[in-house]
Each structure stands twice: as structure tokens, then as C-alpha cells.
Design a protein around this ligand. Structure first.
Ligand SMILES: NC(=O)c1ccc[n+]([C@@H]2O[C@H](COP(=O)([O-])OP(=O)(O)OC[C@H]3O[C@@H](n4cnc5c(N)ncnc54)[C@H](OP(=O)(O)O)[C@@H]3O)[C@@H](O)[C@H]2O)c1
Length: 280
């Protein structure tokens, strides 16, 4: 019997679209579904989709961090309750589930990069909903894997890079926080890492991010320099920035655990970001 395809949920999102492309390029048979044809909170439709799958990668999520502060129920419905049912259905079907999570499960107070063993302590509603999803998936008893990502950007979505460029092109000075540290990570690179996990199907939590770290300010400076934009950048602090959801000061990941599963070295953050900017 031919092996069944990998089901990619949220396949038209920023990560899901790059993952669909990467799987196809890597020769991994896949089926992508997203809203409106599949709402992962619709259990009957989810069950139907899973029955045709050999494995599932869940990139579908409620990702509006700011809106989640006023819409906690909606965020938990997609990021936690649906993930719990996904786990239960996957257990019954006997298939492996790779669920995508985030650095927002941490409070960012640690003075070193986060490992998979560090204790989560989310500081905003989105983070709490994503942590609940992780915990419910593990409790479902299915063959689970959780991949946490941070500071992602890609072609098919609004992200720090596109928002910064929009503001820069409308002219003037830009204020960017210099007290949030992470690794700008291309969804195309995350997608390649996911293809490797699909091949190995390990169980457990993994962190993936580009190599090296910078602040949001450092990332903004790199983007403006690469794009030849001369806007003045002014560093500021997170406390000066109007935001409903609290943001982590430290989004750095230790990626040692995933390394043995990858095809090649993790690239320094500047390399994929330069490539991405060249496509714009
Ligand atoms: N972006 C980041 O910086 C970042 C960092 C770390 C981790 N992550 C995680 O990475 C994963 C992928 O996020 P992304 O950046 O690709 O975000 P995204 O572009 O918003 O993708 C999420 C996708 O899920 C879909 N979706 C939302 N609700 C759904 C539902 N009920 N049923 C089915 N599909 C639904 C969205 O559709 P609509 O667009 O129509 O709503 C969208 O296509 C998420 O788990 C996110 O938490 C993101």
C-alpha cells in the first residue's frame, strides 16, 4: 500500500505555504488545508482530513498576538482546544503529529538562550493559549512532536520585516526597541528543518531558530542597510512602546537538540534575511 501523505494544516499561512513548497521540493507527498475549506475547530472535518493522512503538521493557529488580549476565547479555541482534539484523533488514527509552537511560551527573563527543558511561563494571552495547546497535545497520548519557532518572517504574511519596510518607505524616523533579543528566522529555513523532522518523526519538544542573535533594533538596521534605505533609526525601550500584549525580552533559543536531525548547519540569521530581502 502506498504511504499516505503528510497533512499540512494552515497551509496558506506564512509558515504553511513555505512548508508546502519545501515538502514538494523534498519529494514528501503532502496535502495542504487551510481556512475556509478546513477549520481545525470543526472536529468532524478534522477527523475526515486526518483519516487520509500518514502524519500531520499543524501550522494553523490564531496568531494575532495583540488581538488575542481581547479575544482569549477565540485564541484558546484554535491554539488549545483544537490541538487537543487533533491529538486525540491522531492517537486513534495512530499517526505522528508535529505541532508548531513559539517562544511566547516563555517569559523571557532568563539570561541565556532557552532550552527545551526550561520551564514555560507565558506573559500574554497568545502565549498562554499556545502553551495550553502544547500541554493538551502531550496529554492526548498521541505520537507527538512540538517545534517551537521564534521571530519568523516569510513571503506569505505580515511580519517584522514587511511592517518595518512599509514604515520606512513612508519616510521619516523609525523607533525600534533595542531590549528584545532573538534570531530573525526565515520560514523557508524553518520549513527545511520541519522536512527533516518529518523524515525522522522524533517525539519531544525541539527549538529551531537561525544562528546568532540580535535585537529588534539590530535587525531593523540590517534591513535598512541591505535595502539602501536612509531612514534614521532611534533605539527605544519596550516600556515606551504601546502594546496590549507583553513581549519577551529574551527570545533566544538553544538549538542543540534539533541539530542531529537536520541535513546541514543552521545558517547565521543574516544569510537567509539577505536572501529574503533580495526577493522583495
Ligand atoms: N510569526 C511568528 O513570528 C511566529 C513565531 C513563532 C511561532 N509561530 C508559530 O508558527 C505557526 C505558523 O504561524 P504563521 O507565522 O505561519 O502564521 P499565519 O500566517 O497567521 O498562519 C496561520 C494559518 O492558520 C490559519 N488558521 C487560523 N485559524 C484557523 C482555523 N481555525 N482552522 C484552520 N486554519 C486556521 C490562518 O488562516 P487565516 O490567515 O485565514 O486566519 C493561517 O493561514 C503558528 O503555530 C505560530 O504560533 C509564529
Amino acid at each position: 500500500m502506498a504511504s499516505r501523505p503528510v497533512l499540512i494544516l494552515g497551509s496558506r499561512g506564512m509558515l504553511g505555504s513555505d512548508l508546502t513548497r519545501a515538502c514538494t521540493e523534498a519529494g514528501i507527498d503532502n496535502i495542504g488545508l487551510d481556512l475556509p475549506e478546513l477549520d481545525i475547530t470543526d472536529t468532524a472535518r478534522l477527523k475526515e482530513a486526518i483519516q487520509a493522512a500518514g502524519a500531520v503538521v499543524n501550522c494553523a493557529a490564531y496568531t494575532d498576538v495583540e488581538a488575542a488580549e481581547d479575544n482569549a476565547a477565540a485564541a484558546f479555541k484554535v491554539n488549545a482546544e483544537a490541538v487537543s482534539r487533533l491529538g486525540e484523533l491522531a492517537k486513534k488514527a495512530g499517526i505522528w503529529v508535529l505541532h508548531i509552537s513559539t517562544d511566547f511560551v516563555f517569559d523571557g527573563t532568563l539570561q541565556r538562550p532557552y532550552t527545551e527543558k526550561d520551564t514555560p511561563n507565558p506573559i500574554c494571552t497568545y502565549g498562554r493559549s499556545k502553551l495550553a495547546g502544547e500541554q493538551l497535545l502531550q496529554a492526548s497520548g498521541c505520537h507527538w512532536c512540538i517545534l517551537r519557532l521564534q521571530w519568523t518572517y516569510g513571503t506569505n504574511g505580515r511580519n517584522f520585516v514587511t511592517k518595518l519596510l512599509d514604515k520606512a518607505r513612508s519616510g521619516g524616523q523609525l523607533r525600534v526597541v533595542d531590549d528584545q533579543i532573538g534570531s530573525p528566522t526565515a520560514t523557508s529555513e524553518a520549513a527545511k528543518a520541519i522536512c527533516c523532522l518529518i523524515r525522522h518523526r522524533p517525539e519531544g519538544i525541539f527549538h529551531f531558530a537561525s544562528r546568532g542573535y540580535t535585537s529588534r533594533f539590530g535587525m531593523a538596521q540590517f534591513i535598512l542597510d541591505q535595502m539602501g534605505l536612509s531612514n534614521t533609526l532611534i533605539p527605544c525601550k519596550s516600556t515606551e512602546y504601546q502594546s496590549k500584549a507583553a513581549r519577551s525580552a529574551n527570545s533566544r533559543f538553544n538549538c542543540n537538540k534539533i541539530r542531529p536531525f537536520l541535513d546541514g548547519p543552521i545558517l547565521p540569521w543574516q544569510v537567509p534575511l539577505k536572501r529574503f530581502l533580495e526577493t522583495l
